[in-house]
Design a protein around this ligand. Structure first.
Ligand code: AMP
Length: 300
């Protein structure tokens, strides 16, 4: 398949999407920070199946990194990314300079920040102050820059997906927010650009997160309905992993991101975050509970 058209300017990106829609076709967007892997590509394939034109944005968004986080070190692999986009039939690579999305530098002059009250003080938001403000701010700017009909996000970043969906509804963006399942390595580790930070030893220990989710999921399937005991089953696995520091392992209601009093019918989100060497790893599993039955599920 041919290489995607590379666009850097917001005005040109908007003109492209307007032309597509004038022709009666749909634009699908997959926002990324680049260093593309099969997780990103799976979202692009989902977009491809529903939209005549597919745009991948590649932008390492400075406003979602905390001062002590890995903005400078984040892997930037544009040439390989463009080749990967060609292979999945992506039409446009939107690769803006920071000034295109933050025209006055994102500081005092144009510091418009999207803050969603929902989800703050829960899961990752509690450990990364300001992170989701940065995410929602850039997603809002990307929606305005790309003008997509639909946008795909990974369930791997469950809290992000839930917050993006709520922000989209609250601000009435005419964008359908859709979700794709988490893509994993054969041993269970969720694909992530940050896996590249792991040493070979750490890489082996990194499966603890998906093993913790499996243990908590097994307890749920065998009838355990106490959220604290389910979480304890996961934490036990994490505690046994050498070199790994648990940030949190929680069993929550996706409507509140707080633990339910007792697990009832409906969706249940099990999510964890851990530090391992230079990497901060996150993973989650969503279950649909219906009486005694438990099935893997998507959040939406
Ligand atoms: P990132 O480049 O890490 O900002 O991720 C861009 C998009 O890809 C986000 O919507 C992520 O949730 C999604 N994504 C990242 N890793 C995975 C994965 N392993 N499986 C599915 N989607 C993913």
């Amino acid at each position: 398949m041919s290489a995607p058209v590379r666009i850097g300017a917001v005005a040109e990106m908007q003109a492209f999407s307007r032309r597509v829609r004038a022709a009666g076709e749909r634009v699908g967007l997959v926002p990324t920070m680049g260093n593309l892997h099969e997780g990103h590509l799976s979202l692009l394939r989902l977009a491809r199946a529903r939209c005549e034109r597919v745009v991948a944005s590649i932008f390492v968004n400075p406003t979602q990194f905390g001062p002590d986080e890995d903005y400078a070190a984040y892997p930037r692999t544009l040439a390989a990314d463009l080749a990967a986009l060609a292979a999945v039939g992506c039409d446009v690579a939107f690769v803006p300079e920071a000034r295109e999305l933050y025209p006055r530098g994102g500081g005092g002059g144009d510091d418009v920040t999207v803050k969603l009250a929902w989800g703050q003080d829960r899961l990752c938001a509690a450990r990364r102050p300001g992170h989701f403000d940065g995410v929602l701010t850039v997603v809002a700017r990307l929606f305005n820059a790309v003008l997509p009909d639909a946008a795909w996000f990974g369930q791997k970043d469950a809290q992000q997906a839930l917050m993006v969906r709520r922000m989209t509804e609250a601000l009435r963006f005419p964008v359908e927010v859709r979700l794709g399942p988490t893509v994993r390595e054969p041993d269970g580790l969720a694909l992530s650009s940050r896996n590249a930070y792991l040493s070979p030893t750490e890489r082996r220990e990194a499966t603890a997160l998906s093993r913790a989710l499996a243990a908590a999921g097994a307890a749920l399937r065998s009838g355990e309905r106490d959220p604290e005991r389910l979480a304890a089953a996961g934490r036990e696995v994490l505690a046994a992993a050498a070199g790994l520091t648990t940030e949190y392992f929680a069993v929550v209601d996706p409507e509140t991101l707080a633990p339910p009093a007792a697990v009832g019918d409906g969706l249940l989100l099990m999510a964890g975050a851990a530090r391992l060497g230079r990497a901060r790893l996150i993973d989650n599993q969503v279950h649909r509970v219906a009486g005694e039955a438990v099935h893997d599920a998507l959040l939406f």
